[in-house]
Ligand binder design. Structure first.
Ligand SMILES: [Zn+2]
Length: 240
């Protein structure tokens, strides 16, 4: 396992990494292969997550960061097992264990995971082989604990805790009213097409595809291109 001790980065590797990390602003994420880093300080990165098999790739990043004088924190990183079954189990165990950081009592899986808000917060940088960086908005899901604390989950974490039915629901405000868009499954879309008589116009006038913006709100990426049904949300309850 120590084959990496002989590995020395090329000048190109060093320059490329330097360019990437220096381009990051505080709090920004950098995805590299099967590793995710965040800039957490002046010349400091924190490893957020990596796969088990990415240990060698990580050692290489670490070697380069040492050369350019950057610090890397790895002690809080989530390590995803390579075996898919083990990975799924480890993730589920972890999800069940998440508790509110404020009251330290309520488990995230027991929170109101239906009435959440999608928000854009910062961005993530992806860098290709040529060193071209692309920025992507980083979305978070705001969940409110019974103790009133607002928690921000990554979309992936929210999906794991809340399941796909909640994941494909998007609550937004328009003209002082709260609406919920729910993405129809393929089966539902087919059923609706079958219900519609050929001579009639589309029966559900409210249903439509979402683009990048809708009624003045930016649509979260996973909802773009979905076919949705809409309802009013009053006091946390959906109305038909
Ligand atoms: Zn709480």
């Amino acid at each position: 396992m120590h084959s990496n001790e002989t590995w020395t980065p090329t000048q190109e590797d060093i320059e490329w990494t330097k360019k990437v990390v220096k381009g990051l602003v505080s709090g920004q994420d950098w995805m590299e292969g099967e590793m995710a880093f965040r800039k957490t300080g002046e010349e400091e990165l924190t490893l957020l997550t990596r796969t088990e098999r990415a240990y060698l790739a990580l050692e290489r990043v670490q070697t380069i960061l040492e050369i350019i004088g950057w610090h890397l924190k790895t002690d809080t990183a989530k390590i995803i097992p390579d075996d898919p079954q083990a990975a799924a189990e480890a993730i589920q165990d972890e999800v069940q264990g998440w508790v509110c950081p404020a009251c330290k009592e309520v488990h995230v899986v027991d929170m109101d995971l239906e009435n959440v808000r999608w928000k854009e917060m910062g961005n993530t940088v992806y860098v290709d082989e040529e060193g071209n960086s692309m920025e992507q908005d980083r979305w978070v899901v705001a969940v409110t604990c019974a103790c009133k604390e607002e928690l921000f989950l990554s979309p992936d974490d929210y999906y794991l805790a809340a399941g796909d039915i909640n994941f494909y629901r998007w609550i937004y405000e328009d003209n002082g009213k709260t609406w919920v868009a729910r993405a129809l499954s393929n089966e539902e879309i087919i059923a609706r097409v079958d219900e519609t008589k050929p001579s009639l116009v589309w029966k559900y006038g409210n249903d439509q595809h979402l683009g990048t913006t809708f009624q003045g709100s930016t649509v979260p990426p996973h909802m773009r291109g979905t076919y949705c049904t809409f309802s009013r949300l009053t006091a946390g309850e959906e109305e038909e």
